[in-house]
Write a protein of this length. Sequence first.
Length: 444
Amino acid sequence: MKNKTILFLSILVCNLGLSQEKNNHFSLEEAVNHALIHNRNIKNADLNIKAAQYQKWETIATGLPQINAKIDYSTQIESPFDFSDNQEDQENSMFGFFFPKQNVTPNITLSQLVFDGAYLVGLRSVKLFLEISKNAKEKTKKEIKTTVINTYARTLLSKENIRIMNQNVEAVQNNLNETIVIFKNGLTEEENVEQLELTLSNLKNNLNNLRNIQEVSKGFLKLLLGIDLEEPIELTESLNDIVKKYLSLDPIKSGHAVFNNIDYMIAKNNSQSKYLLYKLEKSKKLPSISAFLNSSYMGYADNFSSIFTKEQEWMSSTVVGASIKIPVFTSFGGRAMTQRAKINWKMSLNNLKETENNLRLEIQKLKNECTLAIDTYYNKQKNLKLAERIEQKNTLKYREGISSSFELRQAQMQLYKSQQEYLESMIYLIDKKTALENILNTKL
């Protein structure tokens, strides 16, 4: 039995370890989906929606029946009259009623709002407030998605840079080793060795810098994914894999819907809220009506303990009534607030139209930039292949003694620059395509 328990626990621990390892391997889509659930800003957006739902009910409840109960208790420390327990004087008894030694008054009140223009406007505003919270979450999700994609790509960029830099370091190191041997045999100048040593030193320094950049990028990606910084993560896609997904504009060449853009919807929410504020100021000119039902009891005695006996007599009172509040004259202050609210509403309509036009312009701009980014990528890819061939030819010529170390260094610098421009064109393409997908509300 003991052996079975140990075996079961071992299998459980192994499964948990494998599960943890699997959870820390992310493709780009998996990273985005993980962030949209575990990112702390997303969690706060969810909490804001829950708070808005409670606020909605809080507003609705103000127009529903309200029941309040209270108990007042008082005791006479010093009375203007001296009463004895057997006092039979009716006049003194009357004063005893007005100045009781112990007095308890339970009271319960039922109130109901009958009509209030501000309450009706409030009912419309809570629905809008909930919609604003949901749109704020959607805005947060899009920002997180964009940031995750960009950070994921830049983490892969540093990884690819390190790979290329290692190849360059290895190639230059081999050239340097061969040149040192040739120099020791007196068949080349010391300057050729120094040129290669200078190139190798710069490459190693850049390599160390790239490793630091990769660690920082991974750390930032962990924060976005809601993962502890101490936990390792692995990115299962390469930079080339992602670029291949972004090389086509076919899915977004069709007409775009500006009105579905989250920035437009937020601007629309702002306009609607300004309109409701305008309606609220107008509603203040209307009367408000409320009704109430009050029931109270009063008991008094000379001793506190006698209040709770069966012989205690209680006097009851029940009142029903209504209250009407009618605004008559506010020295035109109410009219000024209404007109100011109306102006703010009209300004929000202008801002909404401005947002629509800006979005249309931004969409067209991003489409053009995406087209340019694709063309630039192919151009830099072609230039990289040319630079690689030129560097290979110069390396061969240098080994054969046809070209100098200076000419080899120029070819190497040209290759390194082409490598960097090629990688930058990949990142530029990913950034622009992601921004276009974001503004059009399209998926990966």
